[in-house]
Design a protein around this ligand. Sequence first.
Ligand code: HEC
Length: 279
Amino acid sequence: MAYHLKFILAVFLAITVFGKAGAVELPPPADLSRQSALPSRKVTVVEPHESTHERQKLVEYMALPVDGLLAHWFGGRRVSEEAEIVFLAKDGYRSVISGPQLKKYRAFLAFARSDGAPFTVDNSSQNERKIPLGPYYLIWDNREVPELLRQGAYGWPYQVTAVEWHSKSEDRALLPARTSSTLEQGFAETKGYCLTCHNIRGIGGKKYPVDLIRALCRWQEPDLKAWIDSPSRIKPGTAMPPLARLLPEAERQRMIGRIAGYLDAMKVESSEACARSAP
Ligand code: HEC
């Protein structure tokens, strides 16, 4: 009996403190440093929003280590292969970082620049300048890590206000009924590169409000591929960035093909939804 009561109490606490998916609202940096007993430190990175193939720009930030913060927020919970840590931004942007990625590389939550310069960044691929990064900006110790450098700004959400703990299995709902390894790869890429801003069946970012599959009812595959490849060629000044511009071109084109293939399979599956929304 006592055991059951304790269990119920623990579940109740878990739900009230963390919410259903384990959401943590982030306090101001000074409070976060004090509560977690983690000292802030200087971290120098290749700033992916302002670097190109030809020119790397180094920036030094003040930051707290993500592994220490996760231990502080989620206690003994193990960062397994299935774990996914979601970083939520003010404007509805949602960045999902996988357990293996967090175990392999060193991540930090930055809250200022060490030289006192404004905590902002220019994001040329989204045609935006002097974007405020605070309250928190997820950064990676990428200087000696080619794999991280190739990923560019993916996995570097800014204006982060909350962190959630999820499991990979939760988004099985986004796989077509008849799936294949190519479709699964296309889904994983769509998740990493598109569902930060877009959402499907309510899962994903809310930067663009319309369900992505529903929006695609109006699109033909060749146009979609051209759009993913270079949105600003089709609509100058758009806030949608081109796909992974630091990857080698042949690899990028194959990825565009798989993402379009996955989205098309989802569209076929929800064809009644398209029929209903047709004019
Ligand atoms: C950084 C946020 C961001 C990312 C990442 C992103 N998009 Fe977008 N997307 C937008 C925004 C913003 C718009 C609206 C663009 C406009 O009208 O200027 C948009 C528009 C679109 C549209 C047109 C929607 C419609 O109603 O017709 C499609 C299709 C689309 N995106 C697909 C994708 C795909 C596929 C990916 C991944 C390869 C992707 N987007 C990645 C932000 C993003």
